[in-house]
Ligand binder design. Structure first.
Ligand code: THU
Length: 140
């Protein structure tokens, strides 16, 4: 099951451009590791997020969760794709906390992870977090 038609090359390119751009806005003075994320919703809207760090380190917000928060605030609940752009040699997948947040709004969707150095791979929410804890478990 998916939230729409297969993502086109043009849509992937739009998302990657958006993620690269928003990464420039990252607030990452502690790690120096900037991340940009762009989510495509079922209506074609693009929602962007960057990591926002804090002097109280545990409060750091990841780019992916920032993008989800922005999307939900705009009324988007169903997603077709996510692109995450990071610095460094290796493309990076969303962290564990972000995986759980991305799994909150099924169905699963494809995720493209891209590094500035050109490394990249495709995965998906369900591949990154099989057997996710979801709302169904709360129905006792
Ligand atoms: N970060 C993200 O934005 N997304 C991830 O999935 C992994 C980590 C950020 C958090 C922190 O600001 C920096 O990268 C280093 O961990």
């Amino acid at each position: 099951m998916s939230a729409g038609p297969e993502v086109t090359d043009e849509e992937w390119e739009t998302l990657e451009r958006a993620a690269r751009e928003v990464r420039e806005h990252a607030h990452a003075p502690y790690s120096g590791y900037r991340v940009g994320a762009a989510l495509l919703d079922a209506h074609g809207g693009v929602h962007r997020g960057c990591n926002v760090e804090n002097a109280s380190y545990g409060l750091c917000l990841c780019a992916e969760r920032g993008a989800v928060a922005r999307a939900v605030a705009e009324g988007a609940r169903r997603f077709r794709a996510l692109v995450v752009v990071t610095g460094g040699a290796r493309a990076a997948a969303p962290c564990g906390m972000c995986r759980q947040v991305l799994a909150e709004m099924p169905p699963s969707f494809p995720i493209r992870c891209v590094s500035l150095d050109g490394d990249r791979f495709d995965t998906s929410v369900s591949e990154l977090l099989p057997h996710a804890f979801d709302a169904g478990y709360l129905d006792e």
